[in-house]
Design a protein. Structure first.
Length: 162
């Protein structure tokens, strides 16, 4: 079961990598067209915005799952183990609250775009497709946060799975 969950959660690597690749390619092509062919691509910025949003949220989910975000444990490590567990619980609750808040507000933003039918100006991409990365990425981070917390309480070390 753990292997199936890890494979599903690894989709964030694929999405973040693909979006980053598209971002780099579109930016490179845009530079060539703008400065060497004197024919700027008017749709370039819309694709870049979408790819940056998706790369950030899915990349953050991948980093979150593998412990790749910055953490300063020096002060917490000075306390006895029982107090460290209290800090672990507090950190879990605060992180869960923040991610839940971002996920709910991201979902509300997506629902608003669906209701209003808002699209991007040039390519007419529905805006919900640009911003759906927010609630989905936060949901993946919530799952990773919970799995990490349960493993930490049970004594299993954080690391790259799969």
């Amino acid at each position: 079961m753990d292997k199936i969950i890890n494979r599903i959660l690894s989709i964030d690597y694929l999405i973040a990598g693909l979006c980053l690749t598209i971002l780099v390619v579109v930016t490179f092509v845009g530079v060539i067209f703008r400065y060497f062919l004197n024919a700027p691509l008017i749709w370039e910025e819309e694709i870049q915005l979408m790819m940056i949003t998706w790369t950030i949220y899915f990349g953050a989910a991948a980093a979150f799952r593998t412990g790749g975000h910055i953490a300063i444990d020096m002060i917490v490590d000075m306390f006895p183990v029982k107090i460290q567990k209290v800090f672990d619980i507090l950190i879990f609750l605060v992180t869960t609250g923040v991610l839940g808040f971002l996920m709910m507000n991201g979902a509300a933003l997506v629902r608003q775009f669906i209701r209003t039918g808002r699209t991007t100006n040039i390519l007419r991409i529905p805006s919900q497709y640009v911003y759906v990365a927010i609630p989905v990425g936060c949901a993946l981070m919530l799952v990773s946060n919970t799995v990490y917390f349960v493993r930490k309480l049970s004594g299993v070390e954080q690391g790259e799975e799969g």
